[in-house]
Design a protein around this ligand. Structure first.
Ligand SMILES: [Zn+2]
Ligand SMILES: [Zn+2]
Length: 174
C-alpha cells in the first residue's frame, strides 16, 4: 500500500499482501515467489517514520545444474527508517549522537510503497544460486538429458577432435 509516512501520528500496524510474482534475479535466473502476507509496524520519528517489517516467503528457483525447481523458504524481520530528503543535513548531525545500525531510506516524495520494500528485501534474501541436491549431476551438455535420472550414451562416445585436449587435461590433473 501507499504509505503517507510523514502523516503517521501514532504507532500503527499495517497488514498487506503481494500477489504471486516473478523476480528476475539474474540472466536466465528467475524466482517464482508465492503470495506474501506481510506485517509492518509504523512508528513516527522525527521527520519520518520507522518501519518494522516481518514476513514469510516461499519461492521456486531453478537448480543451477539441472534447472529443476527448488523451493526456498524463510522468514525475515527488519527495520528501516523513512526520512524526507530535505532533512538529511539535520539527520547527519543526529547520527553523531546516536550511532545506530538501522537502514535509512531518504525520500523525495511524501509517500512510500510498502510493497516495494518487501520486494527489495526479497532480492537480498533469495540466494544467488541453488542446487536441488548437493551432488546434482546436472544436464548432459550434449543431449540435454537429466543425468540424475537418465543415463545417456553421450559420455561413452566423445568427439575425437577433443582427444588431444582431454589428454592434456589428464596430464594437468596429475
Ligand atoms: Zn539439480
Ligand atoms: Zn547426453
Amino acid at each position: 500500500m501507499i504509505l503517507h509516512y510523514l502523516k503517521i501520528e501514532k504507532p500503527s500496524i499495517i497488514y498487506d499482501s503481494i500477489q504471486e510474482q516473478i523476480l528476475e534475479l539474474g540472466y536466465n535466473y528467475r524466482a517464482k515467489v508465492a503470495p506474501i502476507n506481510f506485517e509492518i509496524k509504523a512508528t513516527p520519528i522525527k521527520k519520518g517514520c520507522s518501519l518494522s517489517c516481518s514476513f514469510s516467503y516461499s519461492a521456486q528457483l531453478p537448480c543451477a545444474r539441472c534447472l529443476k525447481d527448488v523451493t526456498v523458504e524463510g522468514d525475515t524481520f527488519f527495520i528501516v527508517e523513512l526520512k524526507q530528503k530535505s532533512s538529511v543535513a539535520e539527520i547527519t548531525e543526529d547520527a553523531d549522537v546516536e550511532d545506530k545500525e538501522i537502514d535509512e531510506i531518504f525520500l523525495d516524495e511524501e509517500t512510500f510503497d510498502t510493497k516495494e520494500l518487501v520486494t527489495e528485501q526479497l532480492f537480498l534474501l533469495l540466494p544467488e544460486k541453488v542446487l536441488c541436491k548437493e551432488d546434482c549431476k546436472g544436464l548432459c551438455p550434449k543431449c540435454g538429458s537429466d543425468r540424475n535420472t537418465t543415463v545417456c550414451k553421450c559420455g561413452d562416445s566423445f568427439d575425437p577432435r577433443w582427444e588431444p585436449l582431454s589428454k592434456f587435461k589428464k596430464t594437468v590433473k596429475e
